[in-house]
Design a protein around this ligand. Structure first.
Ligand SMILES: N[C@@H](CCC(=O)N[C@@H](CS)C(=O)NCC(=O)O)C(=O)O
Length: 240
């Protein structure tokens, strides 16, 4: 099995962390987004949407991180708690996976792009009112993670870690990579993060997040990127 990934990307990290944590072997095909490798001709043949992650299992090609995670669970015999067979527990995982796309992921990504990428690509800072609104939306999502999804449980579905926790932590680490202290004043979130880290193992957690923790160096890295214009058009569309 091949996984096309860039650990810069949150959905890629959730797939990477899951496969590594439960011991599913794979060949890593690195698609470096900051170098514009998603626009390479060869990668276009793998995913016409030019996004990672992508799973290739023989001739079967699958996109969308949450679909990939569920495919891996069903193909390999992993411990039940990752995606419980019990109806309502599974529904809880699905509830989080459905919510996060347009909430924590959307708002965390926006703050990340505003702080790390926008100034590099657009050559100017994000207007204050736009940045404030993005930060406020991210804050509201973080509060939802604590109050609706975690409540007083160790993990999102209860006593054990599931796919939902992995998908949540990688999104929270994205704005954190820009040195925004998303954990400030949130002891519940910190305690949960530390539990997730413990299950995954600190070494693997840090390996997965090494690239994103270097987000402040992005300007330097992207200097020679010939596809900056494409990023610019994308950002303009996203934030107009
Ligand atoms: N809904 C998709 C999102 C995938 C996605 O947005 N991938 C981004 C990285 S986080 C990407 O490949 N972007 C490249 C580009 O748009 O140029 C998933 O969950 O897998």
């Amino acid at each position: 099995m091949e996984l096309y990934l860039d650990l810069f990307s949150q959905p890629c990290r959730s797939v990477f962390l899951f496969a590594k944590t439960v011991g599913i072997p794979f060949d890593l095909k690195l698609v470096e987004l900051t170098k514009g490798h998603q626009y390479d001709e060869d990668f276009g043949k793998v995913n016409v949407m030019r996004q990672v992650p992508v799973l290739k299992d023989g001739s079967f090609v699958l996109t969308e991180s949450t679909a990939i995670l569920r495919y891996l669970v069903q193909k390999h015999s992993v411990a039940d708690h990752w995606y419980p067979a019990e109806l309502q527990q599974r529904a809880r995982v699905n509830e989080y996976l459905s919510w996060q796309h347009t909430n924590l992921r959307a708002h965390g990504s926006k703050v990340f792009l505003f702080r790390a990428l926008y100034p590099v690509v657009m050559g100017t800072e994000v207007p204050k009112e736009k940045m404030d609104a993005a930060l406020e939306a991210l804050n509201q999502s973080l509060t939802m993670v604590e109050e609706k999804f975690l409540q007083n449980k160790p993990f999102i579905i209860g006593d054990k870690i599931s796919l939902a926790d992995l998908v949540a932590i990688v999104e929270i680490m994205q704005p954190f990579g820009t040195r925004l202290d998303v954990y400030e004043g949130r002891p519940k979130l910190i305690a949960w993060r530390d539990r997730v880290k413990k299950v995954i193992g600190e070494k693997l957690f840090d390996e997965a997040h090494e690239v994103i923790m270097k987000a402040p160096n992005l300007a330097e890295e992207m200097k020679n990127n010939t596809d900056l214009e494409k990023f610019k058009l994308k950002l303009q569309k996203m934030f107009s």
